[in-house]
Design a protein around this ligand. Sequence first.
Ligand code: C2O
Length: 551
Amino acid sequence: AAIVEHVFHVKNVVVKPLCKEQMVPAVNGSLPGPTINVREGDTLVVHVINNSTYNITIHWHGVFQLKSSWMDGANLISQCPIQPTNNFTYRFDITGQEGTLLWHAHVVNLRATLHGALIIRPRSGRPYPFPKPYKEVPIIFEQWWDIDIGLLGIQPAPVSDAYLINGLAGDSYPCSKNRMFKLKVVQGKTYLLRIINAALNTHLFFKIANHNVTVVALDAIYTTPYLTDVMVLTPGQTIDALLTADQPLGMYHMSITPYTSAIGIPIPTNMTITSLLVYEGAATSSSPALPLMPALNDTPTAHRFSSSITGLAGGPHWKPVPDHVDEKMFITMGLGLDPCPSDTKCIGPVGQRFVGSLNNRTFVNPETVSLQEAYFYDITGVYTDDFPDQPPLIFDYTNFKLRTNSDYKMMFPERKTSVKTLRYNSTVEVVLQNTAIITAESHPMHLHGFNFYVLGYGIGNYDPIHDARKLNLFNPQMHNTVGVPPGGWVVLRFIANNPGVWLFHCHMDAHLPYGIMMAFIVQNGPTPETSLLPPPSNLPQCTRDPTIYES
Ligand code: C2O
């Protein structure tokens, strides 16, 4: 195992992906940011030097952070932000996982430009559980604004102006002509595509004209090989897929298009963004073949892709599903309304602001200290250990209608910093039930610090008898981020084997200010090795003035 070291200089730079110059924060001046390559078992050390004008943290999305929860980079949860002109060094081991992940800033909106690939290859001498590819190619989907959305503070971003593939908007936009990502391939060879959806707020379909791909990993855990002509990724999800250049010499579009299940959610007008697969020796005059993209609201295609893939039972890093459960939770997710603060302009139906909720709780970030320090140092008054195991009300989640006073209550969630404490090594099962309160859309729920088994997906209200019988306990797929279908449910299970404070939240960045999050506190185990260590001495401190990191 090696020590892999990087320096991240975060600075505001001037870029022009479309027609307009704008200033955005970037790592080492590049968009997307630098790719990190490690092998499983390595130690990663990243020195973050913040010379931007923003408070930032960097989160290593999907990394287990075993015994290193102080390095998780969740703003105000695992640490206070690194303020302008300050530095912080992240240092952690990468163990027990292989595949493609991403790193990104964990501050509302800043993830738009501060992100990059984090690629974990097997230890030296260990093969992939599939034939060795000829080459490996990161493919990063991004979302772009012609305004500096960092300046919005913690407001949810408006409709974006474009999507990018590896930093390039392609032919679909003014001023971006001839700036398209091109992948040159040799006929007959197989390529490993390391696909990352770094878009803030959009699920994306991905298709390559005339080609199928074989999915071999999701969220850096191997799957049973799955042959498909279309993929869908929620924000934060990653896919490793093999692509064989098995078609006639030519050029083929590789395209993305948004998937949105919600009615009335604004999306940009140019919907399909392309990159190009170019066979070596193909006539450059030939016109590229186009894939037929799914419709914007094609939930059946999205649901079929997401729910059909199974885990590679017995493969590298696979552990059998625990068959007993210690903690059972049923969590409803929805949007609700909240009285509008006097200094804000609110867009809710009767002048309120929209909020999100989990079990009718809207999460409020701590302000003067991180949640993890409050836990570690026993600082009272920062959070309450009372996140409910059930929603306050059982109702028809997917056909929500206001009938009684208590139904009405579900539209006005309680604002709180509440957490759920878990015993060390306990097995936790969570039924995530999407609701139709105000709007039904897919919410990609992301758990920090763990992969979870996805035992089942379904549409409608979860039925604890009938649906529970059909869960896959043998070879379920695993994820750190799972899209809970609109008006549907997901059942997940994980083992709380890593002491610390772990955020669980919707990975639609716009839903962070809405408070669709909660945190788990995993208690210490019986030995010093299974206990949370003290924080590093240079862990950034929050300023006393909370308005500073709200902007
Ligand atoms: Cu990729 Cu908490 O985020």
